[in-house]
Every structure is written in C-alpha cells, then in structure tokens.
Unconditional design. Structure first.
Length: 208
C-alpha cells in the first residue's frame, strides 16, 4: 500500500506539470483568440481590420443617382395662344401674330424638348427616344452642363414659373448664362435643381 502511494506520489508532480502545461497552452490559445476578436471584430460582428477594405469599399461606394426627366407642362403655350386669340377677337391682329407664333413654337417644343438630369449633368435632349440635341445655337458647345460648374440658377416666377436661368463655367471660365422657358413641371424642375445643383441664391417656389 505504501509502495503504491509512493509510486503514485512520484508520478503526481509530473502529471501536475503536464496538466499545468496544458492549462497554460489553453490559456494562451484563448488569450490569442480574445486578442484577435478584439482587434479584428467589432461589436456588431463586422471585421475591422482584415476586412475593413471590403467593408469600406461597400459602404463608401457612391450611389449613382437616378435619371430625372420633368414632365412637360403646356400652360405657357396655352396661355400665349389664348392671349393671341383674345387679340384677334379684339381686332389687334398686329400683336396677335407674334404672340400666336410664339405660343405655337412653345407648344411644339413642349412635346419634344426634354431636360434630362442624370447623375452628373443636365442635358437637353429631343423626343421620347432622348436623341442628342446637337450644339447650342447661341453660345456653341454641347447642350450638357455638369452640376459642379453651376454658379447660380433661378426660377422665375415661383408661383407660376415662366423662365429658368442658370450660369455655368463649363462653356467659358468667366461664366455663361442660359435662359429657357419653363415648359416642364415647375415643381419637379425646382426639386431636381435643388438636389443636383444646390439651392438657388435668391428665389424659390413658396411652400403650398
């Protein structure tokens, strides 16, 4: 019995050393895993370092804005044609002719001219197929202007928009002014101009 106890006592220190080694190895492994978790994994489980490039590239990627085309608005040509008709009725034929022609021109243009607001620029296109409108007949260059070049823009008048004005530095560095009749939905035009080109400096439609 004593021999058995002595034999067991001889082996106990070595077993304790082996057990201590296993525990130390386990603790070390657990500590390394804990450090890895703290270093590489966030509170929400997302990888912070090793996968940070992937996460940042996904989260930081610029979302492309949808293309917006304001609806046509026939109010201005209709008003002009009505005014021309009234002039004819009152026998004022001389002023009735240019007013009527302007009304017909704008009526025709309303059916075909489109303001296309894509992700980076405003472009004038023609027809439902959105064909190229060619060069600007007044100042030259393509009828496409990046929002980043807009200096200012205005919508006259807010309650009944008739004219949209904007100034850009793409055509020439000192700035080029453009005027277009508002033959589009004025509210839609204003909203997309605010979103893409920034707020107008002096005018804005009144909130209804």
């Amino acid at each position: 019995m004593e021999i058995a106890l002595l034999s067991a006592s001889r082996f106990l220190p070595s077993q304790k050393r082996e057990l201590g080694g296993v525990l130390r190895n386990f603790q070390g492994s657990f500590h390394e895993k804990l450090v890895f978790k703290r270093r590489f994994v966030g509170r929400n489980g997302s990888i912070l370092r090793g996968g940070s490039g992937i996460v940042a590239s996904v989260l930081g990627k610029k979302v492309k804005k949808e293309t917006v085309i304001p609806d046509p608005d026939y109010r201005i040509p209709i008003v002009l044609l009505g005014f021309a008709g009234d002039l004819v009725y009152t026998n004022n034929l001389l002023p009735a002719a240019p007013v009527g022609l302007l009304g017909l021109l704008l009526l025709f243009q309303t059916t075909r001219v489109k303001f296309v607001f894509d992700d980076e620029a405003l472009e004038v296109k023609i027809g439902d197929q959105l064909q190229e409108s060619g060069e600007n007949v007044f100042v030259g260059g393509k009828n496409r202007w990046k929002y980043s070049t807009f200096v200012n823009w205005e919508l006259w008048w807010p309650n009944f928009p008739i004219l949209v004005y904007f100034k850009e530095t793409q055509t020439k560095p000192e700035g080029q002014v453009h005027f277009f009749p508002v033959i589009f939905n004025g509210k839609q035009l204003y909203d997309v101009m605010i979103e893409r080109a920034g707020p107008s400096k002096t005018s804005s439609p009144k909130q209804s």
